[in-house]
Design a protein around this ligand. Sequence first.
Ligand code: XMP
Length: 528
Amino acid sequence: MHQRILILDYGSQVTQLIARRVREAGVYCEIHPGDVDNDFIQSYSNLKGIILSGSHASAYHEESLKVPPAVFEAGVPVLGICYGMQAMATQMGGKVAWSDHREFGYAEVRARGHTRLLEGIQDFTTPEGHGMLHVWMSHGDKVTELPPGFKLMASTDSCPIAGMANEEKGFYGVQFHPEVTHTQQGTAMLSRFVREICACEGDWNMPDYVEEAVKAIREQVGEDEVILGLSGGVDSSVAAALIHKAIGDQLTCVFVDHGLLRLNEGEQVMQTFGDHFGMKIIHVDATDQFMGKLAGVSDPEAKRKIIGGEFVEVFQEEASRLKNARWLAQGTIYPDVIESAGAKTGKAVAIKSHHNVGGLPETLNLKLLEPLRELFKDEVRKLGVALGLPPAMVYRHPFPGPGLGVRILGEVRKEYADLLRRADAIFIEELRKAEDSNSGKNWYDLTSQAFAVFLPVKSVGVMGDGRTYDYVVALRAVQTSDFMTADWAELPYSLLKKVSSRIINEVRGINRVTYDVSSKPPATIEWE
Ligand code: XMP
C-alpha cells in the first residue's frame, strides 16, 4: 500500500487543488470531510502527514468546525492552510481575530525564521536581504497570537502572522494558499512538506500504477464477466483499456452510436479498441431509433432526457443479452467521488448538475467496477498514455454525453447532424494546424473546448453568380481551467477566416459562419 497524506476538507473551493499538487509531487493522498472522528484518523493506515484545507467559515466562531484532536496526536506532520492554520492556532492555544478588512489577491510575504518548510524557497530578495514570496491570499480573519511552542514563519504588512511553525512537532500553518498557481512557489512548498517534512518516498506514478490497478481488478472480479459502456470519451476509454489489460476477454464493451457523434468517431473507436486492442465490442448503430424519438422535439431539457433515457434503454437491452455478466464498469473519477460525497454531507457547495448519459441502470443488478475512482483527470490521461492509448484521443477536448444533440439548436434532424459534423471537423482540423508563435503550441491545445453549433435559421448569401439561402453555424472556443467559468478564446482572425472560408466552400448547405464571443457566465459553454 502507498504512503498516504490525509487532506481534511473544511469547504474551500480549492481543496482539490491541494490534492492535485500532492499527487504531482508523487505522493498518494485522499480528501475527507473535516469533521471525521478521531477513530477514523487513528485507524488511517500508512499515514505520513495531514493537511487542513481552507474554508469559507471563520475559525473564530464557536460553531465552526473543529479539527479532530487526533490530528494533533497522530505523530505526523500537519500543515494548516488559511482556515486550517487558524483552526490549528485556536486549538493549540493561540488567538485568531475577526477582521473587517478582507485581504484578497496577490501579496508579498516575507519568510522569517529559517523554517524547514520555506528554507531556500523564495521568489526574490529585498535589498536588505530578506527572502520574499509572491503568494495568493484570501481571508478575513487572521492569527493574532502564536500558540505556545510556535514561532513566526512568514509575515506581510497587513498580516503580521502569515505563517507559523512548531518544528519539533512538525506543525506548520500558512495564511496564504500554496495550492493555487498564483502562489508561484506553492508547488515547491507542498512538495517540501510531503516529500521532506513528512518523508514520503514518492511512490505514486501512473506507469507503475498500471500493474497495481491490474492486480486489484483481477482480485475484485475473479473469473466473472464485465460490461462497460464505451463512449469514446477519455474516462470510459481509459477504464476500458485498463480493465482489458487486467481480464482480456472477460470484458465486453458496448458502444452505442446515437448518431450524434463527431465525424468518423464511431470508426475511430472501433479501430482503436477493436482492431488495435482486440477488445470484444458490441457496436450498436441506434441512429434511426434516436432520431425517431427526437423528431419534433425542440426543448433542450426534453431532448437531453430523451437522449439519456434512450441510451440507458439500448444499453440495458444489450447488457441483458450478456447472461454471464456480473459487473458493470464505469469511468467514474475522483472529482465525481468527492462531489457526490460532498453533496451527501451537504458540506461542499454542489455545483455540477450535469449527469452522464450512461447513468447506472439499477435494474441490471450488476455490481459496480470503478477502477478510476481514485484518480484525477490528469492522472487518468497519464494512465491512458501508459496503457498505449493514442495521446490525441487521451488529450481530446471534453464532449458532452448528449453529443451533437445539444449543439443543434431546437429539433434534431439527421440532415442537420451531417452538416454540423463536417463543419465541426474542419474547425478542429484547422485549430490543430494553426500554431501560436508566442507559445509554440497549436490552438487546439491552447483552448479547453472548441466546437461548431448548428443554427436552424437560413440566411441569404451569394456564391458565384447565384443566390444561396442556407443555414448558419456558430464557432465556439473557450479557455477555462474548471469549466465552471470560461472565457471565449481570442483566436487569431487569420484562423477564423480560414475556417469560415473552408466551411462555406466545402459544406454545401451552410453559407454563413459566426464566432461566439460570450463568456461563461452569463453564457454557458454549450448552447443548450
Ligand atoms: P456548460 O454548457 O454547462 O458546460 O457550460 C460545461 C461543461 O459540461 C459539458 N456538458 C456535459 N457533459 N453530459 C456531459 O457529460 C451533459 O449532459 C453535459 N452538458 C454539458 C460541456 O461540454 C462543458 O464541457
